[in-house]
Write a protein that binds this ligand. Structure first.
Ligand code: NAP
Length: 274
């Protein structure tokens, strides 16, 4: 393990950045890649894949834009086969929990000949602190089509710890884990936690998914993407994921971090200051 080098895709993204940090802290060599990295890697440009895979022992795969996107299975399968052919057998895939559309990508990995681990994750706590929803939270009003359903938000720091363990310990080979946080919260309760931690007034406004689609179109999102996200949200936000899973405990032997701790840590770091 001491001389092991790992490839981290989405290296500047929500999970990839934390995976790269956790892997480095564990003493692994790290090649963190994305389109803008020193070693550029683009899921849509296969000419970039060989350099990314060169000389690494294992890889973390975080597909962009979504593991359930129509292009995901083909890309994951092709990258996994190329990885195996170039001697990178150990692959850990970030997948999504209760997402029917993610299954083709998982199958493509399974059929690649790789030595794989699949991590089906719940919604990240970091959706409130990074990415497209951050500005709305900072602005004091998050409109989102999640009604009053409950979700066990997971702190991406826990995903990163699980990924590093799965990359380095072959006992996790061939295993599918469901990773969730320790508590079910509605979007309203999660936003209230952020509000309490920051001392800022922040409100959650549930909106119908068709209204959310209209907003996505108005801000210029292409139609196929709007259609995909509308289908994804309709499926994922119907409440069927309102249950806890014990994947973090199975892999790490400890409980996952709680949302309150996430909100306090990020509030102290100034994440939600405008
Ligand atoms: N968000 C959630 O709650 C959640 C839950 C479960 C599973 N997931 C899964 O997590 C994965 C990542 O989603 P995320 O929303 O958290 O995104 P993210 O990892 O934060 O995505 C951004 C990262 O991807 C890179 N990137 C963007 N386009 C790329 C491309 N064409 N090729 C290579 N790298 C690219 C970005 O860097 P550059 O711009 O430099 O390329 C950046 O490093 C998805 O497969 C999603 O299904 C998400």
């Amino acid at each position: 393990m001491r001389d092991m080098k790992v490839l981290v895709t989405g290296g500047s993204g929500r999970t990839g950045r934390l995976v790269a940090e956790a892997a480095a802290a564990a003493g692994l060599g790290v090649r963190a890649v994305s389109r803008s990295a020193a070693v550029p890697f683009d899921w849509d440009d296969r000419s970039t894949w060989a350099a990314a895979l060169d000389g690494v022992d294992a890889a973390y795969l975080a597909y962009y834009s979504d593991i359930g996107a129509p292009t995901a299975a083909d890309a994951i399968g092709a990258l996994a086969r190329q990885a195996v052919a170039s001697g990178v057998r150990r692959l850990v895939l970030l997948s999504a929990r209760g997402e029917e559309l993610a299954l083709p990508a998982e199958r493509a990995l399974g059929e690649s000949g790789a030595d794989w681990t699949i991590l089906r994750c719940s919604w990240f706590a970091q959706n409130f602190s990074e990415g497209p929803l951050l500005e709305a939270v900072r602005g004091g009003e998050l409109a989102f089509p999640a009604g009053e359903i409950r979700e066990p938000f997971i702190d991406a720091r826990d995903i990163a710890d699980v990924v590093v363990t799965a990359l380095t310990d072959e006992r996790h080979s061939g295993r599918v884990y469901e990773l969730t946080g320790p508590r079910l919260l509605t979007w309203r309760e999660a936003v209230a936690e952020v509000s309490r931690a920051t001392g800022q007034e922040i409100h959650y406004v549930p909106v119908p998914v068709r209204d959310y689609a209209t907003v996505m179109r108005e801000i210029g999102m292409p139609d196929p993407e709007v259609e995909f996200l509308t289908a994804l949200f309709t499926d994922l936000l119907d409440g069927h994921n309102a249950r806890l899973a014990d994947g973090v405990r199975q892999v790490l032997g400890r409980e996952p971090r709680d949302f309150t701790a996430f909100a306090r840590t990020d509030a102290a770091a100034g994440t939600w200051k405008g």
